[in-house]
Design a protein around this ligand. Structure first.
Ligand code: SF4
Length: 534
């Protein structure tokens, strides 16, 4: 039995013994959020039933109520670099109230000592929490948590399915389901391949589809396939295995690919009001069979890491498997031709960038028919090649802000945090920031958005697209790069105000009797799996 409290928070009416809390920290709350924080629902499922249902607090919806934490409770806090500071505040607060504090997530995996020193942690779970979380809780119950639990990189068959029965249904636009962890690439600004590994750990379609059907039964129509890279086997990988006559490798790749097609064929059998979104590398555009299967599966959009429109920029980030120039535009358009909308992701501030790169990138995003785009400033993220290189250049005594070394920039209070961390060969940090903001402004001004919406037939649909584009811009751009606090506050208010009605555009009527589509045995010799061109 559950009673409602603040939006996004619920507590068991009677909570015997140690109560488990799972907290997603955030300094800003919108009352409504775009995507469910999947980790909370996975760890809720990984919580042994003897502890009762955990209390989930997602601070992107509403802030934690400190008095909900009692002495002897166990508080799990998941952090990434951007919300680590808020996570540490919560950790110290929970510890001061007598609770056991356990940190996890990418940032705690990379900096476990920091969580122990600054976040009031009794314990840190490093790596995948699916199995290690239960061990940490059992030790808390005995009163003897260990400082470290090594979760490592578990096999896909051990991934825990999320407990969606705990989700506050009316607070999120999208639910999130993971189909694969890990990415075989090695981009210099990305930590995924180092923390989740380069070997794709792919879940069987059975467990994925069961979660998705459960969500659709509850009324979620929009599902983000929250994967590191939805396209783990490229045609180049297959071709190399053929050339090398490596049949063991070829069979392994074919079976990963077969599972992808299997999943997509089952998604295609779900109600046609469903929409999926994922994250994919640009090479998928060379694989028409894959794109057609995505279209049939209603995977209507994908975040594609374009990063740079110049060959020099791609070299800067170790992403020379991407195309540049006219070929790049053509490749991105291929997604559109196959019915997959692109959210193009671009980085500014690369050493090879010049003032003219900004306008060229904005023009490329438009001519490549990107439906959405994000423009981020290059930042050294812990766990990446770029970060290690940058940290080394600053030496033993890096510069400080408010007494905090720049190499621990996430600990610097938000208002004092620099916007850019590298000296650029030809532009100042302020020039890069203001030019980046200019590109956001031009891509998301009313007229271009309205023009981009022309693929939608109804006026109501076009209007919804315009609103969603504006919300996306307010939520993601101004909070990150604007220096004008009035603009940030106004954007936050606007996004908060608009997000609520927009949520209804995403909701569907519950379908409690929806069946799970059946599995069909894949044909490993099918031309879709090993195209004849190889
Ligand atoms: S940026 Fe994308 S393609 Fe590159 S390593 Fe990270 S997940 Fe893989």
């Amino acid at each position: 039995m559950w009673i409602a409290t603040a939006p996004g928070q619920s507590v068991p009416k009677e909570a015997p013994g140690l109560k488990v809390h799972l907290i997603n920290p955030s300094s800003v709350s919108f009352g409504t959020a775009v995507i469910t924080p999947r980790w909370q629902y996975v760890l809720a499922a990984a919580t042994p039933r003897s502890f009762g249902d955990p209390v989930l607090v997602d601070e992107t919806l509403s802030q934690l109520r400190p008095d909900s934490i009692r002495a002897g409770d166990a508080v799990g806090i998941g952090i990434h670099t951007a919300n680590a500071l808020r996570g540490y505040e919560i950790g110290k607060l929970a510890r001061s109230r007598g609770a056991f504090v356990i940190f996890g997530g990418i940032h705690a995996t990379l900096y476990p000592d920091e969580a122990l020193e600054l976040g009031g942690a009794h314990a840190v779970v490093k790596g995948d929490g699916d199995l290690a979380w239960g061990r940490a809780l059992a030790d808390c119950r005995e009163g003897v948590p260990k400082p470290m639990y090594v979760g490592g990189q578990i096999e896909a068959s051990d991934f825990v399915s999320a407990r969606w029965d705990l989700v506050p249904r009316n607070r999120y636009m999208w639910a999130s389901v993971q189909t694969v962890r890990g990415c075989p690439k090695h981009c210099s600004f990305c930590s995924v391949w180092r923390t989740d590994g380069q070997r794709p750990r792919q879940r069987a379609s059975d467990v994925v589809i069961e979660e998705i059907v459960q969500l659709r039964r509850m009324g979620f129509r929009f599902i983000a396939l929250a994967d590191d890279n939805f396209y783990p086997v490229t045609l180049t990988d297959l071709s190399l295995a053929v050339q090398q006559k490596n049949s063991a490798r070829l069979n392994e790749l074919k079976s990963i690919r077969a599972e992808r097609f299997e999943l997509m064929s089952r998604l295609a059998q779900l109600p046609d009001d469903m929409v999926f979104f994922t994250q994919i590398t640009m090479e998928a555009a060379e694989d028409p069979e894959f794109l057609d299967a995505m279209k049939a599966a209603r995977i209507k959009g994908a975040l594609v890491g374009v990063e740079s429109v110049t060959p020099e920029g791609l070299k800067d980030v170790y992403k020379d498997f991407n195309l540049a120039g006219e070929k790049l535009t053509e490749q991105l358009r291929t997604f559109r031709r196959h019915g997959v909308h692109v959210l193009g992701s671009f980085i500014f501030g690369l050493p090879s960038d010049r003032p003219e790169t900004f306008a060229a990138t904005a023009a490329a995003a438009i001519s490549a028919e990107c439906t959405f785009a994000q423009f981020v400033m290059l930042s050294p993220y812990p766990g990446t090649v770029d970060f290690n290189r940058w940290e080394k250049t600053l030496g033993e005594n890096p510069p400080t802000v408010a007494g905090i070394p720049l190499t621990r920039r996430w600990l610097i209070p938000q208002a004092l945090r620099p916007k850019l961390y590298w000296d650029h060969p030809v532009m100042s940090a302020e020039e890069i920031r203001s030019r980046t903001q200019g590109v956001w402004d031009s891509f998301y001004s009313w007229r271009p958005i309205w023009k981009r919406s022309k693929f939608i037939k109804s006026n109501r649909g076009r209007l919804a697209f315009v609103l969603i584009s504006r919300i996306y811009r307010m939520m993601y751009a101004d909070s990150g790069i604007a220096t004008d606090s009035a603009r940030v506050t106004w954007s936050g208010r606007w996004a908060r105000w608009m997000a609520k009605p927009c949520r209804y555009l995403f909701a569907g009527s519950p379908m409690p009797h929806l069946e799970v589509p059946e599995r069909r045995q894949p044909d490993l010799e099918s031309p879709a799996l090993v195209p004849l061109s190889l």
